[in-house]
Ligand binder design. Structure first.
Ligand SMILES: Nc1ncnc2c1ncn2[C@@H]1O[C@H](COP(=O)(O)OP(=O)(O)OP(=O)(O)O)[C@@H](O)[C@H]1O
Length: 290
């Protein structure tokens, strides 16, 4: 599949503050890419640079194989974008804001009413009377109306209740089925792991690692906890995060399962649990040193 987005050595300074340092990654057509990182990591800055809304300091960004420099306006018309802060004219009604957007995009895009129904949004309210979460819904529909081939959602789920979040994920899955490319930023991987094909972890302006979600799933870590008087487990091979509180032991294991079970059978244990860690835990475990 061709790349929809290619970023090479992207650097962004705000004055003297280095916000992005040599960020490089590609997103292929039809992929869902999750950009994950804590507050201030550089997610919004990366996304705004991609859209040409702020000027990068150096590096190159290509969308649909065209450099963004000089093509910002043309390219933005092909991208549905939800900013992290949604600002619309407060006095306008939701339906008028969205009709105006639909008119601007001039593409055969989705219909407003069914989307508003799915997200439980009252189209007749004024923007200024909406809660934070409901404003976010207006932003989501606005992005979807673009009818483009690339969608960029910057922290879309903040303020959405769990049922609406689920509906939103369904909408994203529909877009994925249609072969659209989606870039999605979030604080935690667990929020988006179900949708993403690939994730990039960003920290202090550096992209620590880009990994395919399926590869993360293949990593065979087990979280083990048990009660035992045995003290030899601590030095057992392939064990880390070992914790002991009296006879209660917990650790993470990265190795052959039969070897682990044979060892446990020698430990005269009670209350054994063996769990699969979340993708988030796997990611952090594997890449915390990088
Ligand atoms: N307009 C600005 N002027 C100066 N510094 C900025 C500006 N915007 C962002 N920064 C700084 O750049 C860094 C990256 O910020 P950015 O908003 O991209 O992070 P983020 O990962 O999106 O965070 P959050 O999850 O809190 O939205 C932070 O240190 C932030 O303080």
């Amino acid at each position: 599949m061709p790349n929809v987005l290619s970023i090479n050595s992207l650097v962004k300074y705000y004055g003297k503050h280095l916000a992005l340092s040599e960020v490089s990654f590609d997103v292929k057509k039809g992929e869902v890419f999750g950009l994950i990182g804590p507050n201030g990591a550089g997610k919004s800055t990366t996304l705004r640079c991609i859209l040409g809304l702020i000027k990068k300091t150096s590096g190159s960004i290509k969308i649909f194989d065209q450099p963004i420099d000089g093509n910002e306006k043309k390219l933005r018309k092909r991208i549905g974008y939800l900013p992290s802060e949604c600002n619309f004219y407060g006095e306008m009604k939701v339906i008028d804001v969205l009709n105006y957007s639909k008119e601007l995009y001039k593409t055969k895009s989705m219909e407003i009413e069914p989307l508003a129904e799915r997200l439980n949004l009252d189209l007749n309210k004024r923007i200024e009377d909406l809660s934070y979460g409901n404003r976010k819904k207006v932003g989501i529909i606005d992005a979807l109306l673009s009818g483009g081939d690339l969608f960029i959602f910057d922290e879309a789920t903040g303020g959405l209740d769990p049922l609406i979040q689920e509906e939103f994920f369904q909408i994203l899955e529909d877009l994925k089925q249609q072969g659209k490319t989606i870039i999605y930023s979030a604080h935690v991987l667990s929020e988006v792991q179900r949708l993403c094909d690939k994730v990039g972890i960003i920290k202090d302006g550096k992209l620590i690692k880009v990994e395919e979600v399926d590869k993360l799933r293949e990593i065979n870590l087990k979280k083990v906890s048990l009660t035992t008087k045995d003290t030899t487990l601590e030095n057992f091979a392939n064990i880390f995060d070992y914790k002991r509180d009296k006879n209660k032991i917990s650790f993470t294991y990265n190795g052959d399962e039969k070897t682990l079970l044979n060892k446990l059978l020698t430990c005269n244990f009670k209350d054994l649990t063996i769990e699969n860690p979340s993708l988030e835990e796997i990611f952090l475990k594997y890449y915390e040193k990088e």
